[in-house]
Design a protein around this ligand. Structure first.
Ligand code: LLP
Length: 437
């Protein structure tokens, strides 16, 4: 997929770069990002929306993969940016991302984070709860500012990837509940707060979703709410944000829809509900993360040791693991992989891929078909662009890998591999623990 292919040497090539060369130049483990594929995914969303005739914003959910280079690509592709912490906000601002296209999410924004965002004049706060409404209003007032807000609504539609439960009140830590009148009270409250300007509402129904039905249900609930607010409170929302969650293909059996299909389903539902209620068409915002970067990422590892338990299983161990990809351990996520230096060799054995962390749960892939594996082979694990680097840790004091963007035969380092100094960089030795010289 994307620009990946097997070259004449039988090596995996991504973005015109032979990954065996990338391993030599940058070392392993290495995150490789197919920049053209990222841009292509962004363009799929953008062009699908353009064809709907609606006003829209596609806000890249930076939690999936937030580094300065990615913020630049998002900006160049015309996307907005969803951030959920001071760290993501700082990264975006440092990359020069236009503040007025930044949306700030989160269910427990601290006063420091809010002040940072106020000082930067970001485009919109997605407010999650009553505490935040009052805090944000007070902090904005202190600075003599009025800020745009969306209220995050819990619509009572929850996607469990393949089916949806529609409940009166969803049990979630996020947002104002629609079913029990809380969301209505939140709008009333907001309208009474002088330094907040409510643009509309937000909903997010889940992640890695393969169907449009849940989005349709969410649009109907959120739009019906907008109509109710207009009738009862005389305020007309101008923005509906439907969140992220558009699924991607990790392994066979994952059946994602073309991104335009999600966009059209959302747009059609918005148009039809608005036409029925004679409601002016709002701007529609979405927040894709995984579907922008997920399948553009590949992690390259070097195979080290192996352990064959005859009649039971053969383990091979790579030079990374749950530190660079915690998803298999956390969610039992499945991945596909190939031997990148011998991608044409016939598949001869079934192995299970272990990481190098001191933990039995540190397994990346169970029962993978590979050619006869040797120490020193390169293993490429696909679809690691989203929630991998973003969720990487220093468990066992393992240094986080480098990230390279590849495009048209050029490889650019966008995150350097961590150094030993990075590892001990924030450690301090109190005088009483220092060794005498
Ligand atoms: N908007 C909101 C409010 C969200 O909470 C999320 C994801 C997104 C957008 C982006 O969703 P996406 O398009 O990426 O599905 N760590 C988990 C995924 C957590 C998603 C959290 N929220 C994983 O590795 O699968």
């Amino acid at each position: 997929h994307g620009t990946s292919k097997i070259n004449a040497k039988g090596h995996l090539e991504i973005g015109g770069c032979d990954v065996t060369d990338l391993a030599k130049e940058f070392g392993t483990p290495l995150y490789i990002v197919d920049e053209a594929l990222v841009r292509g995914r962004a363009q799929e969303f953008m062009s699908a929306f353009r064809q709907t005739g609606l006003r829209f914003q596609v806000a890249y959910a930076s939690k999936a993969f937030c580094v300065m280079a990615m913020c630049r690509v998002a900006e160049e592709e015309g996307m907005s940016l969803d951030v959920v912490s001071d760290g993501e906000l700082y990264t975006a601002l440092k990359a020069g991302f236009p503040a007025d296209r930044i949306h700030f999410h989160g269910n427990n924004k601290t006063p420091e984070e809010i002040n940072m965002a106020l000082d930067a004049n970001i485009g919109c706060f997605v407010v999650d709860n009553f505490n935040e409404l009052h805090l944000l209003n007070a902090l904005a007032a202190d600075k003599g500012k009025t800020v745009n807000v969306l209220l995050r609504i819990t619509p009572g539609v929850e996607a469990h990837t393949h089916d949806y439960i529609s409940t009166g009140q969803q049990d979630s830590k996020f947002g104002f509940d629609l079913g029990n009148g809380t969301a209505f009270r939140a709008v009333e409250t907001t309208l009474g707060l002088a330094n907040l300007n409510i643009l509309g509402v937000h909903s997010h129904i889940g992640s890695q979703i393969f169907e449009v039905e849940g989005f349709r249900m969410a649009v109907e609930k959120v739009a019906a709410f907008a109509v109710e607010i207009r009738e009862k409170l005389g305020r007309t929302f101008t923005v509906l944000n439907l969140g992220g969650g558009y699924g991607i293909r990790y392994v066979e059996g994952d059946k994602p829809l073309p991104l335009g299909v999600y966009v059209n389903a959302i747009a059609d539902a918005v148009k039809s509900v608005c036409a029925d209620a004679n409601f002016p068409l709002p701007e529609v915002w979405i927040e894709p993360g995984r579907s922008i970067v997920g399948d553009a990422g590949t992690t390259l590892y070097t195979v080290g040791t192996s352990k064959d338990i005859p009649g039971v299983r053969k383990y091979i161990a790579v030079d990374g693991g749950m530190t660079d990809n915690p998803r298999p351990a956390l969610y039992e996520s499945k991945y596909e992989a190939v031997l990148a230096n011998r991608a044409n060799d016939s598949l001869e054995e079934v192995v299970s891929v272990a990481g190098k962390c001191c933990e039995s749960g540190d397994m990346l892939i169970w029962d993978l078909n590979l050619p006869k594996v040797e120490s020193g082979d390169l293993l490429a694990v696909f679809c690691t662009g989203a929630y991998n680097y973003a969720m990487a840790s220093n468990y066992n004091r393992i240094r986080r890998p480098a990230v390279v963007f590849v495009k048209d035969g050029q490889a650019d380092l966008v995150v350097a591999r961590e150094s030993y100094d990075n590892i001990v960089g924030n450690d301090l030795l109190p005088a009483r623990l220092r060794k005498e010289p």
